[in-house]
Design a protein around this ligand. Structure first.
Ligand code: AMP
Length: 282
């Protein structure tokens, strides 16, 4: 397994692979790999000859008061996991080599980033779209795998690829969870024992909301209030960032559920901000 830190060297290696007729697959990550990431890697492994993952805590997608500096990092562990899952190349650049001091070009799909995480993280998706575009250009990948845990991110990237005719196929992978239902996240490392014990109630509330919708409640305001009440009781130390029901493709809030809808939440617990979502099909 190769480890490359220099973007130009990555591009040269990947262009060589393409010339030799290999297909390249990509899984972008911020490292501190867990079973969610390795599931994406396993999926990508079946889709390409040469599998590249990136391990890069991308400064452009963090706001000023966010956890860029404290984001968990453990490159040795990431290296071992990547190797065990058949990765051919880890790209682990320094921020300075990805963004020149006078970097001036951004990629964004503002309308899809207005709600959910975009409300409290206004520059987040611009940073994501830009770094993912750079990774696509550097790797020349034909396929890339993303997690549905970050549903809004995946919806935005799908739109970006379609709108800009990027020659790449995107695959979405279902959310990987702990046995008690908590969605795996590198940020779960921030949770205290007490917070970790109640965190699965984020998912439990979403499941109850789906039951309620399937039972006939189609009014989104009522459904959101129901979930807010659930969380107030079951997540006493949680502070709700948002509870929203949106169109799954447009990420725009719905008043009533007609066919499919996405319920998405973000909850702050101590140092962690946890997100989760569920598709409602009625
Ligand atoms: P991150 O390192 O958090 O930026 O995540 C890298 C990729 O892994 C993204 O496409 C995420 O959506 C995906 N991912 C992270 N956690 C999970 C999970 N629990 N289940 C599925 N995909 C995940």
């Amino acid at each position: 397994m190769k480890i490359i830190t220099d973007p130009t060297e990555l591009q040269r290696q990947c262009l060589d692979w393409r010339k030799q007729g290999h297909t390249i697959g990509l899984v972008p990550t911020m490292g501190y790999l867990h079973h969610g990431h390795t599931s994406l890697i396993d999926r990508a492994r079946t889709e390409c000859d040469k599998l590249v993952i990136s391990v890069f805590v991308n400064p452009a997608q963090f706001g000023e008061n966010e956890d860029l500096d404290s984001y968990p990092r453990d490159f040795e562990s990431d290296r071992a996991k990547a190797e065990a899952h058949g990765v051919d190349l880890i790209f682990a650049p320094e921020p300075g080599s990805m963004y020149a001091d006078n970097h001036a070009t951004w990629v964004e799909a503002p309308r899809l980033g207005e709600h959910l995480c975009g409300t409290t993280r206004p520059i987040h998706f611009r940073g994501v779209c830009t770094v993912v575009t750079k990774l696509f250009m550097l790797t020349q990948a034909e396929v890339a795998v993303f997690g549905e845990k970050d549903w809004q991110q995946f919806a935005i990237l799908r739109r970006m690829v379609r709108d800009l005719n990027m020659p790449i196929r995107l695959i979405g992978h279902p959310i990987v969870r702990e046995e008690d239902g908590l969605a795996l996240s590198s940020r779960n490392a921030y949770l205290t024992e007490e917070e970790r014990a109640v965190a699965p109630n984020i998912r439990k509330g979403l499941l109850k909301l789906v039951d309620k919708a399937k039972g006939g409640e189609r009014d989104c305001a009522a459904l959101k209030q129901f979930l807010a009440d659930e969380y107030a009781a079951a997540l006493p130390m949680g502070e709700v960032d948002y509870i929203e029901i949106v169109d799954p493709d447009e990420i725009s809030p719905l008043r009533t559920i007609a066919r499919s809808a996405l319920a998405a939440v973000a909850v702050r617990m101590g140092k962690a901000r946890l997100i989760d979502n569920i598709l409602i099909e009625v």
